[in-house]
Design a protein. Structure first.
Length: 110
C-alpha cells in the first residue's frame, strides 16, 4: 500500500536529528515532490499535536520560521522547541540556516 503524501512527509521529517533543520522544499525534494514546499507545510500542519514527529525542525528557504496568525501560536511553539534544542532563533524567527541545515546524504551523519 502506498503511503499518503502526508505520511511520506512525516516519515522524512522524523529522520531530522536534534539540533538540525530542513526546509520545506528540501523535504518535498526528498519525497520526490519537487516544487511542493507549500504542500509539505500543510502536511505538517495536519499532524496531531503533540507529535513524536519533530515538525519544528522544518523552516522556510530563508532560514526562518513562518510566522503567521493562521498558525494559531504554533510558530511561537516552534521557536521555543528549536531554542530548547540549542538552535539560535531570533525574535523574528530567523536562524543560521547554513550552520544547522540537515544534509541527509552527508557522510558524517548529517
Amino acid at each position: 500500500m502506498e503511503h499518503s503524501f502526508d505520511q511520506r512527509v512525516w516519515d522524512v521529517v522524523a529522520q531530522i536529528p536534534p539540533g538540525r533543520v530542513a526546509t520545506y522544499g528540501q523535504i518535498a525534494d526528498l519525497i520526490g515532490a519537487w516544487g511542493c514546499a507549500r504542500q509539505v507545510g500543510w502536511a505538517l500542519r495536519r499532524l496531531p499535536l503533540p507529535s513524536p514527529v519533530p515538525w519544528q525542525r522544518v523552516v522556510n528557504a530563508q532560514g526562518r520560521i513562518s510566522m503567521t496568525l493562521s498558525r494559531q501560536g504554533t510558530d511561537w511553539i516552534q521557536r521555543d522547541l528549536l531554542l530548547a534544542e540549542g538552535i539560535p532563533v531570533d525574535a523574528e524567527g530567523r536562524l543560521p540556516l547554513q550552520q544547522v541545515l540537515w544534509r541527509p546524504d552527508a557522510s558524517c551523519g548529517g
